[in-house]
Write a protein that binds this ligand. Structure first.
Ligand SMILES: Cc1cc2nc3c(=O)[nH]c(=O)nc-3n(C[C@H](O)[C@H](O)[C@H](O)COP(=O)(O)OP(=O)(O)OC[C@H]3O[C@@H](n4cnc5c(N)ncnc54)[C@H](O)[C@@H]3O)c2cc1C
Length: 481
């Protein structure tokens, strides 16, 4: 016999407890005081927060009061012209007001610097993404939002006119429940935690991509699938993902090793794989971490450096692995300790050193310094080509870890989910699950867009509630919902 479905009573159901979902829940609660708003979160409370919680949350602004110049054009350029200008324009318009709203809820911002090479201006919340998640959840709770942890949304419910009228979920205890709602906001992230979808969209080997943080593993594309089942159109680059090279020995979140441009990267045979110095680190990390995962034998590579790494001011902040590098007095010992073919490494370093300039005085880790290896080196090294010759030699193992996927559902500038005939009534979405990114991830924009469009979605859902209000002259309204 089928177990009874538990009823969960609310006006707005928000799926996901990351930056987008929490911004939506809080914005809805503020816009419609007294409305019953429920956040359904798949993870247990101790592990909630999605990728947002583990992310340093760099944001592409000069300060919390000023957007980085050329924002909209940069977004279009990063997408290779395939992005929607209107989406990025609204993001640009609402960025500063959204951060002011976060500041009202206790989030402070600073510019601590991240990896070494320069790039667009970036700010970070003090305390990273965890501080955003904590502040928004606290504010939402005191505004009356209810939280249901260990509650996995599975399907959308349709009302008589085809509008979205709720969501069905299953709790960790296996209890099925149905949240009736006049509006549903989906904010459940991408599909980086779903091996089958990763294989389908990235090819063989996709299924073994390691999530860059624990929180990312909960994002299994369920919200995307639910919306597609309800008739949503797709958006974003389904073959696109943001990935970064991390140290597989580390147990910490996002243990990135972003000093590889200053040395060489070899596979286990000692062979170089790409032009490590082709561009600033945020211009190459996606492509190179992908190459490590999909092309290196054993899906692993090593960044090889020498003692001069430690002379680079601030190099520590570009390495977020807590495990020290493998270190040795000779290349042969280094290779043996790391598990790289010693002769292969020796030959590679000899060829590389011979192609490096005799006068590396112009070496500058903070910009593309033009210090290129001599023509003929294959692969070339376009910047930071300085011989590896000062003991001790250092090696960091690297794997390519996935942060988030780009494929998602189509939304408009009011965060309404779009089907082929226009908005799907009652359905909103924000954050990673909404696609909109193509080619490469625009640097330091994913959290910002989760917050901005999460807030827009929450307000739009609240406005739907208000417009659905029964005539106030009629006896009771809110209870009747
Ligand atoms: C380590 C790391 C570093 C990053 N660094 C940066 C950076 O510096 N700058 C930047 O802009 N971006 C960065 N990003 C990307 C950015 O953090 C994310 O894209 C953004 O925070 C996503 O927010 P979101 O709310 O859409 O998703 P998430 O924060 O991932 O939240 C999704 C939530 O939905 C829940 N969920 C999933 N499925 C269900 C379901 N079926 N039912 C109920 N709940 C469900 C998940 O458990 C999760 O809590 C980074 C990401 C990571 C992981």
């Amino acid at each position: 016999m089928q177990a009874a479905m538990q009823a969960l009573s609310c006006d707005i159901a928000v799926v996901g407890h990351g930056a987008a979902g929490l911004a939506a829940a809080l914005a809805a609660a503020e816009a419609s005081p007294g409305a019953r708003i429920a956040v359904l979160e798949r993870a247990p409370e101790a592990e909630c927060g999605g990728g947002s919680r583990w992310s340093p949350s760099n944001m592409r602004l000069r300060s919390a009061a000023e957007l980085a110049p050329g924002f909209e054009d940069d977004m279009m350029a990063a997408s290779g012209g395939r992005g929607e200008r209107a989406y990025f324009r609204r993001l640009a318009e609402d960025a500063v007001p959204t951060l002011a709203w976060l500041a009202q809820h206790g989030v402070a911002f600073h510019s601590p610097g991240y990896y070494l090479s320069s790039g667009p201006p970036r700010i970070q919340p003090v305390g990273g993404g965890a501080a955003i998640v904590a502040a928004l959840a606290r504010a939402a709770r005191s505004a009356g939002v209810e939280f249901h942890y260990g509650c996995r949304a599975e399907r959308l419910v349709r009302g008589p006119a085809g509008e979205i009228s709720g969501v069905e979920a299953t709790t960790d205890g296996g209890i099925a429940c149905r949240a009736r709602a006049q509006a549903v906001v989906l904010a459940s992230g991408g599909f980086q935690g779903n091996g089958a979808m990763l294989r389908e969209h990235f090819g063989p080997g996709g299924e073994s991509l390691v999530p860059i943080s624990k929180g990312s593993g909960f994002n299994a594309g369920e919200g995307i699938r639910m919306a597609l089942d309800a008739g949503a159109s797709v958006s974003g680059d389904w073959g696109g993902m943001h990935s970064e090279p991390v140290d597989p020995r580390s147990t910490g979140p996002a243990p990135v090793v972003l000093v590889y441009p200053y040395g060489i990267v070899v596979d286990r045979s000692g062979r170089r794989m790409f032009d490590e110095g082709r561009g600033l680190v945020h211009e190459t990390w996606e492509e190179y971490s992908r190459a490590i995962h999909f092309a290196a034998p054993g899906r692993k590579a090593w960044a090889i450096l020498d003692a001069r790494l430690r002379d680079i001011a601030g190099h520590e902040r570009a390495i977020r692995s807590e495990v020290p590098p493998i270190e040795a007095g000779t290349l042969g010992e280094l290779a043996a300790l790391a598990g790289i073919a010693p002769q292969g490494l020796a030959d590679t370093v000899a060829a590389y050193n011979a192609a490096c300039t005799a006068d590396p005085a112009g070496f500058d880790a903070t910009r593309a310094d033009g210090l290129a290896a001599a023509a003929g080196l294959a692969p070339p090294k376009s910047n930071w080509a300085r011989a590896l010759s000062v003991q001790p030699y250092l090696a960091y193992p690297l794997i390519g870890a996935i942060a988030y996927t780009f494929g998602g559902v189509a939304t408009d500038t009011e965060a309404r989910v779009l089907g082929p005939d226009g908005p799907i009534a009652g359905l909103y979405a924000a954050g990673e699950m909404t696609g909109h990114f193509y080619g490469t991830a625009p640097n330091a924009v994913a959290v910002l867009r989760a917050l901005v469009y999460g807030r827009i979605a929450g307000r739009a859902a609240a406005a739907r509630l208000e417009s659905n209000q029964p005539n106030p002259d009629q006896p009771d309204n809110r209870q009747a919902r």
